[in-house]
Design a protein around this ligand. Structure first.
Ligand SMILES: [Fe+2]
Ligand SMILES: [Fe+2]
Length: 297
């Protein structure tokens, strides 16, 4: 498409382009999130936005019929997923996706240098990136509360899986950068599909549907920027590896969340990941997000 504004995220870039893009991203991320509150793993602008949502809550017109079904299945699926209604499946599935993120960032936060000890632009970017991810977990918590679920706890994955997540950020870049990029891409793909699912599952709940979309937008806008930023770490060979990794990565990850296979078209998510080029994103998101210069047509 010659009229497309953006190019594939897998478009190659020179070392100089990537250096310039790191500098540009660093400028972007500081104004995007505002002041970093390291002790609270939080950012000023994101905190204010969450506070606004909490100060102006919306509620379901018709409360969840069976919150126990959520609480019984949200950490581990106990029932046959096909026996659960789509609303419950959507909420438990969202929790499980967010929980993986939470475990990953918890391990990484302690493994990477704090801001005072971050000397390269890449390290500083990574510190703010992690703080944003903690904000996402809070936004997911707010989404669940909006649906009346205020007893949700973030439960760890068990010592072995947690240990693996903790080791991951200590890997050398050439091993870590491609899966880290594909993970961000998987996030954006999942959130785009989740946004469409809200239209369907929350068709009779317009206020909650709009609120869920606003909360999810806050996350997706960051994740789109993370996709470009993590892509910027990767050279030519790594880009080929990344594209090749999309299918096995998405397949493995989503197989682990039984809700996803019931609610979403995983094959389509894989295709969307491989074809990702920013052009499908709405303008209001692009305006607040970040795209590498070499992905602009
Ligand atoms: Fe995230
Ligand atoms: Fe992210």
């Amino acid at each position: 498409m010659s009229s497309a504004k953006y190019l594939s995220v897998f478009t190659s870039a020179s070392a100089l382009q990537r250096k310039e893009n790191f500098e540009n991203y660093w400028e972007f991320t500081q104004q995007h999130g505002g002041e970093l509150f390291e002790a609270e793993k939080d950012l000023a602008k994101k905190r204010a936005r969450l506070q606004f949502f909490q100060d102006n809550p919306v509620k379901l017109r018709k409360p969840l019929e069976n919150p126990d079904a959520f609480y019984r299945n949200y950490v581990e699926m106990q029932d046959d997923p096909k026996s659960l209604d789509r609303m419950t499946l959507m909420l438990t599935g969202m929790y499980k996706f967010a929980r993986h993120e939470w475990v990953g960032i918890k391990g990484a936060w302690d493994a990477v240098p704090d801001m005072a000890n971050s000397h390269s632009i890449e390290d500083k970017i990574s510190r703010v990136h992690l703080a944003e991810e903690f904000c996402h977990v809070r936004l997911f918590g707010e989404m669940l509360r909006t649906c009346g679920l205020d007893q949700v706890e973030w439960v760890s994955l068990g010592p072995i899986k947690e240990k693996i997540y903790e080791q991951f950020p200590k890997f050398p870049g050439f091993l870590m950068d491609t899966p880290a990029f594909v993970t961000e891409l998987m996030g954006v793909t999942f959130y785009c599909h989740l946004d469409r699912l809200f239209d369907d599952v929350l068709a009779d709940e317009p206020e909650v549907r709009e609120r869920m979309k606003l909360l999810l937008d806050e996350i997706t806008i960051d994740e789109v920027a993370h996709v470009g930023q993590r892509r910027n770490f990767i050279g030519a060979i790594g880009m080929k590896v990344s594209k090749w990794l999309v299918k096995p990565f998405y397949t493995l990850f989503f197989n682990d969340i039984p809700e996803v296979g019931v609610l979403f078209d995983v094959q389509q998510m894989i295709k969307d990941g491989e074809a990702f080029d920013f052009n499908q994103l709405p303008e209001h998101m692009i305006e607040r997000s970040w795209i590498p210069s070499y992905c602009k047509a």
